[in-house]
Design a protein around this ligand. Structure first.
Ligand code: GLC
Length: 742
């Protein structure tokens, strides 16, 4: 099985350049071009416009999308056309009139596959569509940890664990860039919540920062080699991320050697000299900011000496060198949209959905559905028309057009631009096609009594529970919206052969979990989510997903039982009549989110440290067979590794995902950390060996005094299991003292 690192090397090779040659070549060529530039040409590279805000000044080459950076035709530097994002070529509010694209499943779903090769393939597919639509920058690569389980953008992010997050998103970014376009990773850093997102101040100590969110970015950068990094809206330890010298100059550029450019998020710049000197290289969507900080004000700041000319040269150079590395200067700019094979791309989306769905319960092997089943009733979740997708800048206008678009059922920051959108892939129609001899009917679920009556009369009841999440808003609780819990309980009471299919943007509570027969987390399953669901329910393919996030048993288990900032936002947006007016969001005062509470112990690490039992643990997922594990071997020293033999002990083929966890002493406490895994497909009775090299940083603690990572001489317990907290076998890993650079 390829590792993500090999996959990213393949990606770079696909761009026709070996890794080191690309960087030095790109830097040298870029420097040579910048030396020829006028001040005006340099300034044109460090600002992007929103094409729609350009009005009559919008040149034909500025395709309607998220951003446009004028090139320098005189020097053969093409314009940059920027589109969102990680789930496909976005078309928020249908701004690019009826332009459709393949909708990938959510990033949580992609991460649930634990499959970097699939992530690369998914990235390659959406990157190809972006390039065919004339975009050359994809604002993808959301790699923030799901630190806040109620986070509105949790569906866009991969995991609570830095190794899984960085590996999956790094592979996806490499896939996107394999098309000869630039990807970002974002939002750097600690963009964990949407409530007060542009004023919340993430407070965290450096060791915890380096061992959690920053490690996810570092791994994604190493594996994906993105041409650009997008700064986050929020503050980090007092400074906005877009003008944070520690984040941008010290961590990203000095310690990690990032040679690409840092773009701001849209409407996220707050100064000229401070931001430029802190390491910001480009103001994005300048019309959304209070002023064009990187336009005339930057010219003046250079003229006055407040910003050295060399800094502006470096800003321009970084944009150009990433353009060169992506091959943009070595091919003619496209003027026409190219053909796209949407059927082939939908098959990639379906494969991703099938590998991303997570079977959480399967009492009495209720699934796969028996061939003898005669009557199935599908209930709720708009399953008659399609599958849910997440709201905000990632919104793709799916192939076939949306099956349904609903206004949010509550006022909020997102209601101005987000719609609850369903992808045209009806689970009901997919089930009817897959079970032609059965009677498969639909009840909308609005009336629990009617639904339970229909369930009582059927062999199988499948309730589709939905939870819409969107950029700009967090969930206020982890409970399913509306009366869905009541609906599920009523249906399960009428028929114990009830399957619950969850279409959620993150973890949800399940008060009915012990009443139903089976639970399948489908996330937002994308372009062929309905067909993927039917294939899993029928057993055409076995579920193989594993949770990339912990599902808590209650919000009281969380480091922050209540979201930070809700009261501050609520107070700030009240207008004179006392009604909420979301146009007043800019009045929200800065408030702290104290991430020192959990530090680097995000998700399962927190549950382990506190001895808490979640509803479903990180890494958990069932399939239609079982596995045996033996022969665990752990090798220490300077190149730690681990191996195990895995056997399919069941009657059908299936995918095992053995996970390796280390219990590492860090600053006086023992922390559990995922240090490796592998997806392995096994036939009944088949036995294979899994070998994993362990990144030594995962066995280390970060010491700012060095600065760097340090491994103490000694031993750590190394466990293999099927999820966090599970112990199939345990070994001791002997470690020699080591120091590693930041
Ligand atoms: C947004 C998002 C960012 C997106 C950008 C452009 O507000 O935070 O993820 O890429 O604007 O649409």
């Amino acid at each position: 099985m390829q590792t993500a690192a090999k996959v990213s090397m393949i990606a770079l090779a696909a761009m026709g350049v070996p890794v080191n040659a690309a960087s030095s070549n790109a830097d040298a060529r870029a420097a040579q071009l910048v030396r020829q530039m006028t001040q005006e040409e340099k300034l044109s590279l460090v600002t992007s416009d929103m094409p729609l805000m350009m009005g009559k000044n919008r040149p034909a080459e500025a395709v309607i999308g998220a951003g446009y950076v004028a090139g320098v035709p005189r020097l053969g530097i093409p314009p940059l056309r920027e589109t969102d994002a990680s789930l496909g070529v976005a078309n928020l509010m249908n701004l690019r009139r009826d332009d459709i694209a393949t909708a990938l499943p959510s990033t949580l779903s992609l991460a649930s596959s634990w499959n970097p090769v699939l992530a690369h393939e998914a990235g390659a597919m959406i990157g190809a569509e972006a390039r065919a639509k004339r975009f050359n920058v994809m604002l993808a690569g959301g790699v923030n940890l799901v630190r806040e389980p109620r986070g509105g953008r949790s569906f866009e992010y991969p995991s609570e664990d830095p190794l899984l997050a960085g590996t999956i998103v790094g592979a996806q970014v490499a896939g996107i860039q394999s098309n000869g376009i630039i990807s970002t990773i974002k939002h750097f850093a600690f963009n964990s919540q949407e409530t007060g997102r542009s004023v919340v101040n993430a407070v965290i100590d450096e060791p915890s920062a380096r061992e959690s969110d920053l490690l996810a970015f570092q791994i994604a950068l190493e594996r994906g080699r993105p041409g650009s990094v997008m700064s986050a809206y929020n503050k980090v330890n007092g400074d906005w991320a877009s003008e944070n010298d520690w984040l941008l100059n010290q961590v990203l550029k000095r310690d990690w050697g990032f040679a690409g450019w840092v773009m701001s998020d849209w409407g996220n710049v707050h100064s000229t000299a401070k931001a430029a000197l802190a390491g910001l290289d480009q103001q994005s969507g300048k019309g959304l900011d209070s002023k064009p900080f990187f336009g005339k004000p930057l010219d003046d700041a250079v003229a006055s000496g407040e910003v050295p000319p060399a800094r502006l040269d470096d800003m321009a150079l970084r944009v150009v060198r990433s353009s060169i590395a992506a091959g943009l200067l070595d091919r003619s700019d496209v003027s026409e949209v190219q053909p796209i094979d949407y059927d082939a791309n939908a098959r990639v989306a379906q494969k991703a959905a099938e590998q991303g769905m997570v079977l959480l319960k399967n009492e009495g092997d209720l699934l796969p559905l028996a061939r003898s089943v005669r009557t199935i009733v599908a209930i709720g979740g708009h399953a008659d028309v399609g599958v849910l997708s997440g709201g905000g800048s990632t919104q793709v206008r799916p192939v076939g057009g949306p099956a349904l678009e609903l206004r949010p059922d509550h006022p909020g920051p997102a209601s101005a631009f987000a719609r609850q959108t369903y992808v045209r892939s009806s689970p009901l129609q997919a089930l009817q096609a897959r079970f032609p001899d059965a009677r498969v009917t639909f009840v909308d679920g609005s009336d629990p009594a009617a639904a339970s009556g229909a369930a009582a009369a059927a062999d199988i009841a499948i309730v589709f529970a939905e939870e819409w999440r969107t950029e700009a808003e967090d969930r206020q609780s982890l409970s399913l919206p509306g009366r869905q819990d009541e609906l599920i309980a009523a249906v399960a009471g009428a028929n114990p052969r009830t399957v619950v299919v969850l279409e959620t943007g993150g973890a949800v509570l399940m008060p009915w979990a012990d009443k139903v027969g089976a639970i399948l987390e489908a996330w937002y399953p994308g372009q062929r989510g309905g067909q993927a669901l039917a294939a899993l329910l029928a057993g055409d393919t076995a579920p193989s997903g594993r949770l990339p996030i912990t599902f808590p048993a209650g919000e009281d288990q969380l480091p922050r039982p209540k979201l930070d900032g809700v009261a501050q936002v609520d107070a700030a947006i009240r207008d004179s009549s006392g009604k909420p007016n979301y146009g007043l969001l800019n009045n929200v005062p800065t408030f702290d989110a104290d991430y020192r509470i959990e530090g680097a112990k995000v998700g399962y690490k927190w549950f382990a440290a506190k001895g808490l039992k979640p509803l479903f643990p990180f890494g958990y997922g069932l399939t239609y067979t079982s596995f045996g594990y033996d022969g665990l071997k752990a090798r220490g020293g300077t190149a730690p590794s681990v191996s195990i033999q895995v056997t399919n002990t069941g009657k059908v083929a299936g995918v095992a995902v053995p996970q390796f966890y280390a219990h590492v002493r860090v600053r006086g406490e023992t922390v559990t950390r995922l240090v490796g895994w592998q997806r392995i497909q096994l036939k009944p009775g088949e036995r294979r060996t899994v070998n994993i090299a362990i990144d030594p940083r995962l066995l280390a603690s970060y010491n700012p005094e060095l600065p760097g990572w340090e491994i103490a001489k000694g031993t750590v317990a190394l466990v293999v299991g099927e999820h966090a907290g599970d112990v199939k076998a345990e070994q001791t890993l002997a470690l020699s003292a080591r120091r590693l650079k930041p």
